[in-house]
Design a protein around this ligand. Structure first.
Ligand code: ASN
Ligand code: ZN
Length: 336
């Protein structure tokens, strides 16, 4: 009975895809519990399905159905507030971590900065019903495949959750188009905030790659873009340029958005690791660059300008932080 007084937010624990017990925010409606995190928002129990703009974090299940834009999502439910699906535990927990990162570090209230609901979907197949060896943001929600040759279930990585949700943040800020240099900046911003959310290293996807596919141990390395992925020196096998002179100029991958992101990724690494800098300081500057200065058609030189301008706003024109920004971009061949 949805109106009984037992209804409301609950807490639980569940084992995630890495066998770690995580605290979860769930919701009880009568005899059922849902992966609905209403700890930061008012939830309207008359609608179990996601409502836009209500500030609730939902984890939904496609149960291996083919992806469609308005898929037949189902709630993840439990009769006892115990959660056996480790993919759902990971997705639900990580969405909350990413929300908290943007809130506490940047004062941003959810993906759209208006307290929108956040929806993660697990057990997703491709639109043709094939196994999905990927995760993506579709403009409205985060979708996680269970992996195949390249990846383990992709919900298992916090930096992947951070990457995909940051595509949403980019959409609602600079709106960088997903093509050529603006697309590579979009990809790089998703990697930047992915590593900052995780806070562990400069690697992307180290928790979910299969070693057979990625002997380097990660999908990408922001510290060493040449030696992420397969480690093979091939743009089709995960090699990325670390300098503008090495950029890919072909048409695959929307003009190499996942390839050429290596150049701004390396610039961010240089900036954040310069003397007197930190990931936190660099993240503050990048968030301001993204949310104040970059626009849909920004090129790499515009990124240089935006980061220098944001650092100037925060630290002053003659600061070491601005000097570090200049040096970082010059080092990767992005000059004025
Ligand atoms: N995982 C990829 C990404 O977020 C999916 C894609 O190519 N859009 O970049
Ligand atoms: Zn991406």
């Amino acid at each position: 009975n949805h109106l009984c007084s037992a209804d409301g937010p609950r807490t639980a624990t569940g084992k995630d895809l890495n066998n770690v017990n995580q605290s979860l925010n769930t919701y009880q409606l009568g005899a059922s519990y849902y992966l609905i995190d209403a700890s930061r928002a008012m939830y309207n129990p008359s609608s179990v399905l996601p409502e836009k703009g209500t500030g609730v974090i939902y984890t939904l299940d496609l149960r291996d159905a083919a992806y469609t834009f308005n898929g037949a999502f189902q709630q993840v439910t439990s009769t006892d507030n115990l959660w056996a699906s480790s993919a759902s535990v990971s997705a639900h927990y990580n969405a909350g971590v990413v929300y908290e990162y943007f809130k506490t570090k940047h004062g941003r209230n959810s993906i759209d900065n208006k307290g929108s609901s956040i929806v993660s979907v697990i057990n997703v197949k491709s639109d043709k019903g094939e196994i999905l060896d990927n995760a993506f943001w579709n403009g409205e929600a985060i979708f996680y495949g269970n992996g195949d040759k390249a990846f383990k279930p992709l919900a298992g990585a916090l930096d992947v959750a951070g990457h995909e949700m940051s595509h949403g943040v980019v959409q609602y800020t600079a709106g960088l188009e997903y093509q050529d240099e603006p697309g590579a900046i979009n990809e790089s911003m998703a990697d930047v905030f992915g590593v900052l959310v995780e806070g562990r290293n400069w690697l992307i996807g180290e928790d979910i790659v299969k070693a057979t596919a990625y002997p380097s141990g990660a999908l990408r390395s922001m510290q060493d873009p040449h030696n992420g992925g397969t480690g093979l020196q091939d743009v089709n096998k995960g090699w990325q340029p670390a300098h503008y002179s090495e950029r890919y100029t072909g048409t695959q991958d929307n003009g190499g958005v996942h390839v050429n992101s290596g150049v701004p990724n390396k610039a961010f690494y240089q900036f954040a690791t310069a003397t007197g800098m930190s990931k936190d300081k660099a993240g503050r500057v990048y968030y301001r660059a993204l949310s104040v200065y970059l626009t849909s058609l920004s090129q790499f030189t515009d990124l240089r300008y935006a980061v220098i301008q944001a650092a100037t706003d925060l630290y002053g024109a003659n600061s070491a932080e601005v000097a570090a920004a200049r040096t970082a971009f010059t080092t990767v061949g992005i000059v004025d």
